[in-house]
Design a protein around this ligand. Structure first.
Ligand code: SF4
Ligand code: SF4
Length: 130
């Protein structure tokens, strides 16, 4: 029988998160929606209200909820859910939608920068500390 579903199309990406110190998890304001907070609440077995208070804060304009940060071992600060040793998300399955969508294409600007600098400085560990 003919499969009515389209063939899965593999998208080739030009970045490797496993070689990056999770720069995108250090963006100061990572917005979360109500459904992201509900997913995090289910993950931790708490109420959405508790999850909102514990894991988010208001943005600079007081208009939207963003993920809380804490002091980071590599950059100035990072999302509270980042494993600072492994540089991995500790809530991967329950992470906000925006985290799964980033960088939204086949390239990541920070990874392009890393690749360029690691090559030109002949230093595979280069991360551009801030
Ligand atoms: S998306 Fe880019 S900045 Fe984020 S972890 Fe991957 S390579 Fe690093
Ligand atoms: S929830 Fe996970 S993927 Fe999203 S910013 Fe925080 S550590 Fe990074």
């Amino acid at each position: 029988m003919k499969n009515s579903k389209p063939f899965p199309v593999s998208v080739r990406v030009n970045y490797s998160c496993s070689k990056c110190p999770a720069y995108c998890c250090t963006y100061e304001e990572i917005p979360v929606k109500a459904r992201d907070i509900a997913r995090l609440a289910r993950h931790f077995g708490i109420t959405p209200e508790q999850a909102e208070a514990r894991f988010t804060r208001l943005d600079e304009n007081g208009a939207a909820r963003v993920l809380r940060h804490r002091k980071d071992s590599v950059f100035k600060s990072a999302c509270t859910f980042l494993d600072q040793e492994a540089r991995r998300c500790t809530v991967y399955e329950a992470r906000p939608a925006i985290c799964g969508d980033f960088p939204g294409g086949s390239r990541c600007g920070y990874y392009d920068f890393l690749k360029f600098e690691r090559h030109h400085q002949d230093n595979p560990e280069f991360i551009a500390l801030t």
